[in-house]
Design a protein around this ligand. Structure first.
Ligand code: NDP
Length: 461
């Protein structure tokens, strides 16, 4: 008779939890997974996947412009928001179903209920009598949108959660924040014909990205018709008959049909019973873990956004897989968080891997920069103003490429390939030895020969 009901109990059936549960169950372990919402988690249900469908939908307006530039006529089209939302929901339901099937095929038990720890080996499920015992526990509950708590009128704003289910497409929207979600949704709504304003408190959007990327993207968003307000915040918001009135710190007021806050996401740890099990949080409120995703408690692990390391789906998946490898296959594995590429699905999109120029100068002292800004041939053909940015950061001496940054069409697809080379430690001469693929935008990446001297360094001599 086993000592516990299960070998592993996973809380949260998102990207990280599902991967860990499946792999553990496939090893022959007795695994259960609990999910209070829908199987698939943020990525599948209200994040990456539906967001990408919305990006695709919104890009059609740009494609229609391009079509006219290439001689097509009668390009007027209208967009049916309810039809799109229902098609999107059908696809999301299908994908969620695949996650369920995969878990079942692996032999994991699924509990559609909220789980709470009673102690380090006991779980209670909402709406179910009794408790479940387990040898190991994995916390994979993700994160939740976070709105500044002191915001007056916060009840009138939506977050990305609601943006996926608006009853109708608004005429105007104010999006607050300068991170991934804010710039992505600004592109989506703008592309769908909504009068879109992006307001960010800092000097430029996408803090943490290379400064050239940040300023280039800001300019491109403006060219696409998005109004970008920098260095500004709300003082308060008020409901009006037609939407929401924003009172800004600059003294200005503006009314939009919808105000959306994309001001970060907080680890979802509330009400999990972590304190009863003795699981420690770090100073940011995330579950504190070691390199193997183990918490302060010997038999409890945590992966994904709830640990606030790198909050990306593929990272959560790899952390979940590393946990399963370590604990159920006897192969100690720690996911390497270095040089993880990421993409921002803004319009135009961004792809980045490795260090920014500023971080590289700080960490390595002298670096060489290779940089090009050009008009992609597709839009240049009809006089489009769009410009693409590519930039390489190279460590002097070793000549290793330690950063690659792209803004422009297909940047996310390109950066995935570049990330392989950077992860392998590619040098600039090796990179340059790669023959170009012509005619592509990506060929510019391997044909940058001249070192770029930033204006401020050139002036300094
Ligand atoms: P981010 O952390 O990317 O950005 C949050 C933004 O909100 C920042 O610009 C931040 O400003 C601003 N902000 C924070 N607090 C306040 C405040 N009190 N008042 C005004 N502005 C504030 O969070 P997101 O919500 O955009 O996304 C969450 C995470 O989800 C991302 O970090 C990313 O890891 C992941 N994600 C990844 C995507 C992808 O891979 N394509 C897509 C979407 C999300 P400041 O910079 O000044 O702190």
């Amino acid at each position: 008779m086993p000592k516990y009901d299960y070998d592993l109990f996973v809380i949260g059936a998102g990207s990280g939890g599902v991967r860990a549960a499946r792999l553990a169950a496939m090893s022959g372990a007795r695994v259960a997974i609990a999910e209070e919402h829908r199987v698939g988690g943020t990525c599948v249900i209200r994040g990456c996947v539906p967001k990408k469908f919305m990006v695709y939908a919104s890009e059609v307006s740009q494609a229609l412009k391009t079509a006219q530039g290439y001689g097509w006529s009668k390009c007027e089209a209208s967009f049916d928001w309810p039809a799109f939302i229902s098609a999107k929901d059908i696809e999301i339901a299908r994908l969620s179903g695949i996650y369920v099937t995969n878990l079942q095929n692996a032999g994991a038990d699924i509990f559609h209920a909220r789980a709470e720890l009673e102690d380090a080996h006991t779980v209670a499920l909402a709406g179910r009598e009794g408790t479940i015992t387990t040898d190991k526990i994995l916390i994979a509950t993700g994160a939740r949108p976070s709105i500044p708590p002191s915001l007056e009128g916060a009840e009138h704003v939506i977050t990305s959660n609601e943006a996926f289910h608006l009853p109708r497409l608004p005429k105007s929207i104010l999006i607050v924040g300068g991170g991934y979600i804010a710039v992505e949704f600004a592109g989506i709504f703008n592309g769908l014909g909504v009068e879109t304003t992006l307001m960010y408190r800092g000097a430029n959007i996408l803090r943490g990205f290379d400064n050239d990327v940040r300023s280039h993207l800001e300019a491109e968003l403006g060219k696409r018709g998005i109004t970008v307000i920098l260095g500004c915040e709300h003082t308060r918001l008020e409901k009006t008959a037609g939407g929401v009135k924003s009172f800004l710190a600059s003294g200005h007021e503006m009314e939009t049909e919808v105000v959306m806050y994309a001001t970060g996401r907080a680890p979802y740890t509330a009400g999990l019973g972590l304190e009863k099990a003795g699981v420690a949080l770090d100073e940011r409120g995330a579950v504190a873990v070691d390199a193997y995703s183990k918490t302060s408690v010997e038999n409890i692990w945590a992966v994904g956004d709830v640990t606030d390391r790198i909050n990306l789906t593929p990272v959560a998946i790899r952390e979940g897989a590393a946990f399963a490898e370590t604990e159920f296959y006897g192969r100690p594995t720690a996911f390497d968080h270095e040089q993880v590429a990421s993409a921002v699905f803004s319009q135009p999109p961004v792809g980045a891997v490795g260090l920014t120029e500023a971080d590289a100068r700080h960490k390595h002292g002298k670096v060489d920069i290779y940089r090009t800004v050009f008009r992609p041939m597709k839009t240049a053909f009809y006089g489009g103003e769009e410009r693409m940015l590519m930039k390489l950061v190279v460590e002097q001496g070793s000549e290793r490429i330690i950063g690659c940054h792209i803004v422009g069409p297909d940047a996310p697809e390109m950066i995935q390939m570049a990330a392989i080379a950077l992860k392998m430690g590619v040098t600039k001469p090796q990179w340059d030895a790669t023959c170009a693929v012509h005619p592509t935008a990506a060929e510019e990446l391997v044909t940058m020969r001249e070192k770029y001297v930033p204006p401020q360094l050139a002036m300094a001599g």
